[in-house]
Design a protein around this ligand. Structure first.
Ligand SMILES: Cc1cc2nc3c(=O)[nH]c(=O)nc-3n(C[C@H](O)[C@H](O)[C@H](O)COP(=O)(O)OP(=O)(O)OC[C@H]3O[C@@H](n4cnc5c(N)ncnc54)[C@H](O)[C@@H]3O)c2cc1C
Ligand SMILES: *[C@@H]1O[C@H](CO)[C@@H](O)[C@H](O)[C@H]1NC(C)=O
Ligand SMILES: *[C@@H]1O[C@H](CO)[C@@H](O)[C@H](O)[C@H]1NC(C)=O
Ligand SMILES: *[C@@H]1O[C@H](CO)[C@@H](O)[C@H](O)[C@H]1NC(C)=O
Ligand SMILES: *[C@@H]1O[C@H](CO)[C@@H](O)[C@H](O)[C@H]1NC(C)=O
Ligand SMILES: *[C@@H]1O[C@H](CO)[C@@H](O)[C@H](O)[C@H]1NC(C)=O
Ligand SMILES: *[C@@H]1O[C@H](CO)[C@@H](O)[C@H](O)[C@H]1NC(C)=O
Ligand SMILES: *[C@@H]1O[C@H](CO)[C@@H](O)[C@H](O)[C@H]1NC(C)=O
Ligand SMILES: *[C@@H]1O[C@H](CO)[C@@H](O)[C@H](O)[C@H]1NC(C)=O
Length: 596
């Protein structure tokens, strides 16, 4: 995710609703059947993929239960307005436990509370991660089906490579051989260009540390390349809701999607052969809990926070921890909620010698009205993209001192640092100044946090402790990331454009570790790429929550399909890894039940 500090300008006056054709989206549980073959818990990024693929077989019935409402929301459709979704009714509004490593700050942890989940509110960056990321996961779980080579068909099932809405020529900005047009989620290059683009490209020619990479999604992402985003050729956000539940899917008679219903627990069946879960308990409005049965499988897709939370409230987790909050332990799986992993971002601001930055739009409401009008009429212009055109990946030096004590978590094709070049503050309040940012992100974090329960009430928030920067490696790599970002913007290409550093970034000596650590404690923000809380592990392992086929270990009836099963954080923003995992998972389920 991209997360700069501050809040975005108010555009309320301009927002008007756009009408959608609804199929079987249910707002009350009155019309539900008593039972379905498959129940998907959470209509988010992963969940909608599974629901869509399973309901391709007309002989099975599928229900999705989603806590949030419809994605028929202008700010979710207009790419540039995405920051407005944060802290809105479409956000779960989680907050982290105080982070000792960040001077006891608690940080906001947004998650999508809307059909499409976080894919309906995210920054739309399309990044797959590298071949190393998938190969190391396959190796860790001892199952070659997760390797880079073997997941290629699932990348293709997901991706609908599309021309940008402006139809501008894009030759030389991507490698067509690594993209597919057989999938559902629109992916495109920026529709309009930013005035800083030429300087970014000039930097790749003159500074050997930052070579040009034709396509950062080829499996080899080192260098600087053009950003690809989940934006359609019409200039709108592509989410799992707009794509996987689009026309022709949502009207399938064997698919029901219940909105505004929060799943509280999964309940045991009274089958006597082993531990079997077959019932989903949920609350819809102010009503008392209701339940619905799955005759084949429950697919948990409530995300890296929601999924472990539901498992724990269902008695699946560490028995001691559960008993302490008054929950009857049913199945001992101590890894539920453990190994919570996220990226960390530092946004580095400089004053820009230009008026052609985001701030100029933020201060001019009549310009905003014109841009919205252009988007509504033609799907083009500034509002048809996130406004970001380039990103890239850089490795720490092989002889970096940290590798004396820490095994390198990244493979040889994989950067430890992500750089994103941003033409101003995406979240800015109107200011008289103009800025340029390099956002640096730590890609292969080694800090591991946890999610635990605060009470036995499933409607209470869990305690989320990502333990940001707790590991030495993460602090080392993030310091180097800041220095790397500074080297990028002080390359000759930026002479006369990049002026002084801004705010508390201006007052530190970036070569001084202590000053840099203090700056980072005060300013870093979460990547919002949580993984690992219901981790996949080898069959028979004493740790982990699911087997490599994503079935929960040691019990029957539940599979997990969302970011929580990803055992090692990829060097990527995580929506594409989730799409890939979900397409792979849907194929597992169809094979097991011999579906078409
Ligand atoms: C603000 C933000 C910006 C981001 N930017 C990017 C980006 O630019 N690029 C990128 O690749 N990734 C980005 N990410 C990360 C990416 O979007 C997520 O990793 C990914 O979408 C997670 O998919 P998921 O299926 O695991 O969970 P989600 O998509 O979050 O889906 C979980 C769903 O389950 C529902 N749910 C949860 N609990 C319950 C319950 N008890 N009952 C019923 N429903 C429930 C939720 O409402 C939600 O719809 C961003 C994330 C955020 C929050
Ligand atoms: C998140 O916070 C906003 C602002 O307080 C609120 O309007 C919204 O309802 C909250 N989201 C949820 C899901 O409760
Ligand atoms: C399971 O239990 C429920 C309620 O406790 C009961 O109504 C039902 O008949 C039982 N089913 C079987 C198969 O035993
Ligand atoms: C966390 O993940 C690692 C593998 O990356 C594993 O060895 C360890 O046992 C896990 N810890 C828990 C508590 O699940
Ligand atoms: C706001 O934008 C409009 C349209 O580009 C422009 O005509 C006007 O001069 C701008 N106003 C200011 C104060 O810059
Ligand atoms: C939309 O596109 C048409 C045709 O190119 C153009 O004439 C018109 O001005 C555009 N509308 C807006 C609001 O930009
Ligand atoms: C790493 O090697 C480079 C030369 O390749 C050298 O300049 C640098 O000092 C070395 N760094 C460390 C920490 O040894
Ligand atoms: C946990 O519960 C305590 C006591 O009710 C409350 O003060 C605290 O805010 C809760 N924490 C979270 C994360 O909700
Ligand atoms: C700002 O840019 C202009 C050219 O566009 C240049 O003349 C001027 O010197 C620059 N200012 C600074 C402080 O570099």
């Amino acid at each position: 995710m991209l997360y700069l500090r501050g809040t975005f300008l108010q555009l309320l006056a301009l927002i008007s609703s756009i009408t959608f054709v609804h199929g079987r989206l249910l707002l009350t549980s009155n019309d539900l059947l008593d039972k379905y073959d498959f129940i998907v818990v959470g209509g988010g990024t992963g969940g909608n993929v599974v629901a869509s693929r399973l309901s391709e077989d007309p002989s099975v019935s599928v229900l999705v239960i989603e806590a949030g409402g419809s994605n028929d929301v202008l700010e979710s459709q207009v790419p540039f307005l995405w920051p407005r979704l944060i802290g809105s009714t479409h956000d779960w509004n989680y907050t982290s436990a105080p982070q000792a490593t960040l001077g006891d700050r608690s940080v906001a942890l947004p998650r999508g509370h809307i059909l499409g989940g976080s894919s309906s509110i995210n920054g739309m960056l399309y990044t797959r991660g590298t071949s190393d990321d998938y190969d190391s996961i396959a190796e860790l779980v001892g199952d070659p089906r997760w390797s880079w080579d073997n997941i290629q068909p699932y990348i293709r099932k997901n991706e609908l490579w599309s021309p940008p809405s402006s139809n501008r020529p894009t030759e030389g900005e991507f490698d067509p051989s690594v993209h597919g047009r057989d999938g559902l989620v629109g992916v495109s290059l920026p529709s309009i260009l930013q005035p800083i683009d030429n300087r970014v490209l000039q930097t790749t020619r003159e500074n050997g540390e930052f070579p040009f990479n034709l396509d950062v999604n080829s499996g080899h992402h080192l260098g600087i390349g053009w950003l690809q985003s989940t934006v359609t050729s019409a200039g709108s956000r592509a989410s799992s809701a707009t794509s996987y539940l689009g026309n022709g899917v949502i009207d399938r008679p064997n698919l029901d999607v219940l909105l505004e219903a929060q799943v509280t627990r999964l309940l045991l069946s009274n089958a006597t052969n082993g531990v079997t879960f077959d019932t989903v308990e949920f609350v819809s409005g102010a009503d008392t809990p209701q339940s619905v049965k799955a005759t084949r499988e429950i697919i948990l897709s409530a995300g890296s926070i929601g999924t472990p939370n539901i498992l724990l409230h269902s008695g699946v987790g560490d028995a001691g921890d559960l008993a302490r909050v008054g929950i009857q332990p049913i199945h001992q799986l101590p890894s539920v909620g453990r190994n919570l992993t996220d990226h960390v971002i530092a946004a580095l601001p400089w004053f820009a010698n230009s008026t052609e930055t985001f701030e100029t739009i933020a201060r001019n409401t009549s310009l905003q009205a014109m841009l919205l009008e252009e988007w509504k009429k033609n799907g083009t212009g500034f509002f048809s993209g996130s406004g970001i055109d380039h990103l890239g990946y850089v490795r720490l030096a092989n002889n970096a001192s940290i590798f004396d004590s820490v095994v390198d978590p990244a493979g040889p094709n994989t950067g430890h640092i992500e750089l994103t070049i941003v033409n101003g503050n995406i979240f800015s309040e109107p200011t008289p100044d103009n800025f340029i940012f390099v956002e640096v992100m730590l890609t292969k974090s080694l800090s591991r946090g946890s999610l635990t329960l605060n009470s036995s009430n499933p409607l209470d928030n869990p305690i989320i402790d990502p333990a940001y920067l707790a590991h030495d490696f993460d602090r080392f790599a993030l310091r180097e990331a800041v220095r790397c970002g500074e080297r990028f913007l002080t390359s000759p290409a930026w002479e006369g454009y990049v002026l002084d550093r801004v705010g508390n970034f201006a007052t530190i000596d970036t070569q001084d570790d202590n000053q840099l650590d203090e700056f980072l404690r005060e300013t870093v923000s979460p990547g919002l790429h949580f993984v690992g809380t219901a981790s996949m592990s080898p069959k028979g392992a004493s740790w982990g929550v699911t087997d490599p086929d994503l079935k929960v270990k040691g019990l029957n009836g539940i599979r997990v399909v969302d970011a929580s099963v990803i055992p090692l954080i990829p060097a990527a923003h995580t929506q594409v890894p989730v799409y890939i995992f979900a397409e792979r998972a849907a194929a597992f389920i169809k094979e097991d039940w011999k579906l078409v």
